[in-house]
Design a protein around this ligand. Structure first.
Ligand code: FDA
Length: 390
């Protein structure tokens, strides 16, 4: 077995496999080193086992990064349609679930098998159970694992982010980047449930209740479902907003997205003998309606309640302010915001500007997608950008 290659890719995840296949098919001799016993473990568990492999509407505005322009080039050159063409060329059946989210009809395994087949077409060597312990740079890169040392003039960091450590995820990419003098944007958990404390623990009593809302953090709002949990808030709307939320900041929830702040005033005119609780129960799940009615504290007939109080209750329901005391952390985070600074990389090739031969792709880089297939699309697009440049 050879120990010298044209390129070594660290990590056989979504980005690493895509990058390896592209470079291999261009005639490069590529080695992929993966610490887990099999490739693509996150792909296998993604989308509830059906892999939400892309989002047909994916574009730069669906991503967070210290430099929002960075992802544009790679996303434009390898689009969701391009990945879908690949999926279809393998006869993999798929469907759109909602909001442009594309899933396999059958199993996420098909995506991993497809990527491995693409790697095989390029004679890529994929070695699993090979944990990279150190990388040295002299005349090219020398990568050491527990079984040996491999060398190549090009090295791709594709080891992902620290989300879900129990699956083996680590911050190895950041350690390596720092070793080579590349800046790392402070990583934090994203697409993660938020926790409530203080007076807001009351909401934990309605654990299991969900409702369509608009959740807004840092001026970015998402209209999807929110779910109350025994620790706080979850559900797609909250997960999306969590990526924009920062400790100490409020989270705003519009509990009546289909109604205006004047809603209770309209109800007062049309049905003066009804009460706030009854109105809320018509709009929301009963247990949520009750807790909100208790907090609003407006008892009696609408007809007897002052306009000002009803208007301000309507405004409060449209912008309910939560003060999350934290997140459920990397243990529950689907992805990581932050990572290897895009300022260090070429947006065309993903190569480090100050360190020729070194590349970084996928979740390791400070580009993070929304929920809904966007993160895989970044993995594919950044993998192609580097794979075509190696
Ligand atoms: P990824 O994490 O896939 O791969 C990195 C690889 O590097 C791993 O295989 C790891 O074992 C390996 N590695 C780490 N350290 C190493 C070392 N020292 N030596 C050798 N190998 C090492 N996204 C989406 O778009 N649609 C979806 O449906 C989902 N669903 C989903 C569910 C769950 C539960 C999670 C946790 C995440 C998702 N995601 C998602 C996010 C998506 O999985 C994620 O963005 C991509 O997998 C990132 O791809 P990468 O290749 O960058 O990292």
């Amino acid at each position: 077995m050879p120990t010298s290659y044209d390129a070594i890719i660290l990590g056989a995840g979504a980005a690493g496999l895509m990058c390896a296949a592209r470079a291999g098919q261009r005639g490069k001799r590529v080695l992929v080193l993966e610490r887990a016993e099999k490739p693509g473990k996150k792909i296998l568990i993604s989308g509830g086992g059906r892999c939400n492999f892309t989002n047909i509407g994916a574009g730069p505005t669906n991503y967070l990064s210290a430099n929002p322009h960075f992802a544009k080039s790679a996303l434009a050159r390898y689009t969701a349609r391009d990945f879908l063409d690949l999926v279809e060329s393998y006869g993999i059946a798929w469907h759109e679930k909602t909001l442009g989210q594309l899933f396999c009809d059958s199993s996420a395994k098909q995506i991993v098998e497809m990527l491995l087949e693409e790697c095989a077409k390029g004679d890529v060597t994929v070695r699993c159970s090979e944990e990279v312990t150190s990388v040295a740079h002299g005349d090219g890169f020398a990568v050491t694992t527990q079984t040996g040392t491999y060398t190549a003039p090009a090295l791709v960091i594709a080891t992902g982010g620290p989300s879900i450590p129990k699956m083996g995820a680590t911050g190895f990419a950041y350690d390596l980047a720092r070793q080579f003098g590349l800046k790392v944007v402070e990583p934090r958990p994203a697409l993660v449930p938020l926790t409530l404390g203080g007076e807001e623990v009351l909401f934990r009593d309605i654990s299991g209740v969900s409702a369509p809302v608009v959740a807004t953090a840092n001026k970015t709002g998402f209209a999807e479902a929110a779910l109350f949990t025994h620790r706080g808030l979850s559900g797609p709307a909250i997960l999306q907003a969590s990526s924009y939320w920062r400790p100490g900041e409020p989270l705003f929830v519009d509990f009546i997205p289909e109604r205006t702040a004047e809603w209770l005033m309209d109800a007062k005119r049309g049905n003066p003998r009804s009460g706030v609780r009854t109105q809320l129960r018509e709009a929301l799940p009963a247990r949520l309606a009750d807790i909100l009615a208790d907090k609003l504290g407006l008892d009696g007939d609408l007809g007897n309640l002052p306009d000002k109080a009803l208007r301000s209750a309507g405004e409060r329901l449209k912008r309910w302010t939560f003060h999350p005391n934290g997140t459920e952390g990397f243990a529950k985070a689907e992805v990581t915001v932050g990572g290897i600074s895009t300022a260090e990389l070429s947006s065309k090739t993903m190569q480090a500007k100050r360190f020729p031969g070194l590349y970084a792709i996928g979740e390791a880089v400070d580009v993070t997608g929304w929920l809904g297939g966007y993160n895989f699309q970044w993995a594919w697009a950044s993998g192609v950008a580097a794979g075509d440049a190696l």
